[in-house]
Design a protein around this ligand. Structure first.
Ligand code: ATP
Ligand code: MG
Length: 410
């Protein structure tokens, strides 16, 4: 627990803490190095923000999971409010309900996890006037959008903290990059922290932290840079060259410029299931048209998605090539969809080589709708051996399965 009476403040954190709530835009992000004081600056700001926002609407705290919010935020927020400000915090970790009494007002709060694709269900409906997203990049993209849309009162305020991730991450592409280019400044504000902006850390502590991280993780966690990892499997994939807007691709579909539609599926449960809708044009260009990316999704959800996409695009899909580790799921697809179902798991090196050559000839184009696929292109990397790491590989596997089948038959 922090002894707030001993706190030291850097110039940046003073500037953040003394800025009047009314002068913050709707959404403020604090990002940067680990241990740079992002979370504790927000915690200290909360009482003032609450006072400004009032207590008419719900206030939401989210993180990757409810427990991560409890550990990263509530554990410091509660003693801060109770021991230093004379307030009271009642928190029920099983329901997520949190009531904060402070300076004569009662604030109704809700704590929830935002990291899973089913997290949205918990937050549909209702109006919020405050949102704190702890470790925002770890939130599900749908949750993030839903959360922003709940913040309708004129004086609503949202704060988030984050460590840098890949520069292909949606948070970087949609918020930070435009901000750095001078756009969107009326609704979004960006504060970048280094460890030197946390006056409570000793030089020895900083030196030790620096030793913990290497390579791309050092650049992200210490230098606070949003960069793509080294040793990328598809290092020649360039977003500006190899992606297309959803609208433009839809136009091609309507003009029948795509000859055949097929799917690649990588089953998961705790890891997400990834299902990519692929297509190829007459000139052999392959398109990633749409993606389904979700953990804890059963075969019925996948079938629903396939059928819904067939009517959305007005096309029949000819086949799916699926991960062969789940034959019972594949059997369900065989029974309940009109697709031919293959279970041909290609060798990793072979299928990667095929996908790479498509990319090198600029014959693989990905819809900007497919945010997880695009993100994985910037993350999917080799480990110490010449074997890709088994992380950030769900869409990449689905892509290999789908394309391999097409490329080896044609
Ligand atoms: N106002 C403060 N008073 C005392 N100690 C502080 C204060 N702010 C930060 N610290 C110290 O710095 C550490 C890091 O702060 P904090 O957890 O806010 O950083 P962070 O940027 O959120 O880090 P991470 O990226 O790891 O989540 C704290 O654990 C605490 O020891
Ligand atoms: Mg933090």
């Amino acid at each position: 627990m922090i002894k707030w009476e001993n706190s030291k403040y850097s110039e940046k954190s003073r500037r953040f803490l003394s800025k009047p709530p009314a002068d913050f835009p709707l959404f403020t992000l604090l990002d940067g190095a680990v241990r740079s004081g992002k979370t504790l600056n927000i915690i200290q700001k909360i009482p003032q923000i609450f006072e400004f926002v009032g207590n008419e609407y719900l206030k939401v705290f989210s993180g990757y999971s409810r427990n991560s919010v409890k550990n990263n935020v509530i554990l410091e927020l509660k003693p801060f409010i109770e021991n230093y400000l004379g307030g009271r915090v009642r928190y029920n970790n099983s329901t997520g309900e949190m009531d904060i009494r402070l300076f004569g007002k009662e604030y109704n709060c809700y704590v929830t996890g935002g990291g899973k694709s089913d997290s949205l269900n918990a937050i549909q409906g209702g109006t919020w006037d405050f949102w704190y997203a702890n470790e925002l990049p770890r939130h599900n993209y749908g949750f993030y959008n839903m959360a922003l849309s709940r913040l309708t009162p004129a004086n609503a305020r949202a704060f988030a903290d984050s460590n840098p991730e890949s520069s292909n991450h949606w948070l970087y592409l949609e918020k930070i990059k435009p901000y750095l280019e001078g756009k969107d400044k009326d609704v979004f504000e960006y504060w970048h922290f280094t460890m030197y902006d946390n006056a409570n850390l000793s030089d020895v502590f900083i030196k030790n932290q620096e030793k913990l991280y290497k390579g791309v993780f050092k650049k992200r966690k210490i230098d606070g840079l949003w960069i793509v990892a080294d040793g990328l499997v598809y290092d020649t994939f360039k977003r500006d060259k190899h992606s297309i807007s959803g609208a433009k691709l839809f136009e091609k579909i309507q003009k029948s410029e795509i000859a055949e539609y097929f799917l690649g599926i990588d089953w998961g449960w705790n890891h997400p299931t990834a299902c990519l809708l692929l297509g190829h044009g007459a000139d052999g260009t392959c398109y990633v048209i749409d993606e389904l990316y979700s953990a804890k999704l059963d075969f019925e959800g996948v079938i629903r998605w396939i059928n819904q996409k067939q009517s959305e695009y007005g096309k029949f899909f000819s086949y799916a090539n699926c991960d062969n580790a789940r034959p019972e799921q594949n059997e369900k697809l065989r029974r309940y969809t009109n697709l031919v179902i293959y279970e041909e798991k290609p060798k990793v090196e072979d299928s990667i080589a095929l996908v790479r050559s498509l990319i090198n000839y600029d014959k693989l184009i990905v819809s900007e709708k497919c945010i997880h696929t695009l993100e994985e292109f910037g993350l999917y990397s080799y480990g110490s051996e010449d074997v890709p790491l088994k992380i950030n590989d769900d869409c990449m596997d689905a892509l290999r399965y789908g394309l391999y089948k097409y490329l080896t038959e044609n």
